[in-house]
Design a protein around this ligand. Sequence first.
Ligand SMILES: *Cc1c(COP(=O)(O)O)cnc(C)c1O
Length: 379
Amino acid sequence: MIKQHGKIQMVDLNSQHKKLEDGIMGAIRHVIERSDFIKGKDVAEFEQNLAAYLHVDHVIGCANGTDALQIALMALDLQPGDEVIVPAFTYVATAEVIALLGLVPVMVDVEEETFNISLQGIRNAITSRTRVIIPVHLFGQCSDMEPIMELANEHKLWIIEDNAQSLGASYIFRNGSVKNAGTIGHIGCTSFFPTKNLGCMGDGGALTTNDPGLAEKIRMIANHGQQVKYYHKLVGCNSRLDTIQAAILNVKLPHLDGYIESRQKVADFYQEKLKDFACGVLPTNLRQTPPAYNQFTLKIKNGLRDQFRNYLSGMGIPTMIYYPLPLYKQEAFSKFAPDGFSLPVTEKLCGSVISLPIHTEMNGEELAYIAGTILNFKE
Ligand SMILES: *Cc1c(COP(=O)(O)O)cnc(C)c1O
């Protein structure tokens, strides 16, 4: 039945973009007419639009989310051997840029309920060489930033938020004030990879900050360390947001709240329909971290995850495992982890998580089929 209407997909970018086709095509055509492909009008406009959306002073576009993290670290005057604390349960990009710059990734455990970095883990990992903490707001939920900021202030550490998966999520402080994910630490980094909450049609990324000095430096670093053309103050890189991508993002940004709402509806549906699912644990949201679901991730009990995944696959339901292997078990990062290094929650999650289809174009029929199929799973 469901298959007559097309396959169920993890994401459906095609349908999302069809609805904006005229606007997107028009925006691309305008860029081609102006031919301001590099640092064009749409880039500056998008930076302003996103800054207004996030209530942050500065947004600097760059080529992708990984570059955003690299540029953020480059802006902090770190020395080789300086330590950067990261969660071990994350996408590789977070740790990759640390290693690439000759810094040392120090991997810490995450919280089982939220998948986000553990405060106690950070506390235990701080040494005299620690300079930076990179909380990753995984799957659409902001890390518990207030105590992390307090700890960072106490130890005079920088905070870079990896907000690639949580653009549009927010955080509520104890006094009731609210900030957007990515605007709480010293620098926020995000990605416009097509499947993120705000996706472009290729690669794209941005940095956010309220510090004018850092903003200026970030802008220089992303453009060969120059402010005045051919006068290079800093060693930088070539990492710019393409004008065509910025033009597309300008068309899509006004729909971001709607996209987040659609994802929230899918999550609400799963939460309601799957609440009695005996083989799995549903994701938890802390009161202070209203999410912008990029993924809906279950934890499957008793080593049944792979069996569950095969069952769903056989029923035409795709799933993904984010992430199957802790950072410290990745061959590329073995030199940063002593033999036998292990973090219990990260280990457990890598063996039990599974992410269900969640995107802006899901219909009720698909959702009902997915939930019904899941509830029929038998060991
Ligand atoms: C996607 C992602 C990145 C990298 O973004 P790209 O634009 O693909 O380079 C970094 N960190 C996390 C947690 C991500 O999910």
